[in-house]
Design a protein around this ligand. Sequence first.
Ligand code: MD6
Ligand code: FE
Length: 212
Amino acid sequence: METDLFGNRRDEPLADGAMILRGFALDRDLVGLVAAIAHAAPFRQMLTPGGKKIGVEMTNCGPLGWISDRRGYRYETLDPLTGKAWPAMPQAFLALARQAAGHAGFADFTPDACLINRYAPGVKMGLHQDRDEAGFDAPIVSVSLGLPAVFQFGGLDRKDAVRRHELRHGDVVVWGGPARLAWHGILTLKPGAHPATGQTRINLTFRQAGQR
Ligand code: MD6
Ligand code: FE
């Protein structure tokens, strides 16, 4: 557990409206829940609108799922791979996302989408903004599981300087308000093994994607 000298979980400010909650997601069986979701809606590599395979493998749970294909980036209620609705969002996911948002000062967060990213060593996520949602009033809550990764967090302009922060198993990032459209990414994952996830990193990203 990430704690200070007094045994408290630490909060690390990133920017106005953004912070890392170290160890906030520890002691919950999130990995088991991810495995159950992936059984119903398998991890897959999606295509960019330009036709390139995305390195990060993805799936979703909740009413809306983020997808990418030749027609663009968007949210869909049905998984294009199975033709069925995405698996329900587990109560434990919802509770964690709501608690983390509340801890960071965003009351009443009700995510309707949870994108699940899986990284193998050698895989990265380039700098991007999360801007496919219907509105930007709600924050985003992001949970890191398994292998550590280096997170790059920049500003509202793509050219703004980025800072690097290591995200470890159980860390939660919350951002919203003035930071909601900040540019960010994940550097190439280094090889390793983690007791919870094996040779992978898993990231859960909770969003309010549809109309409220
Ligand atoms: C990742 N996260 O941590 C990728 N987006 O693997 C994101 O792209 C992200 O962590 C929006 C808000 C928080 C995030
Ligand atoms: Fe993102």
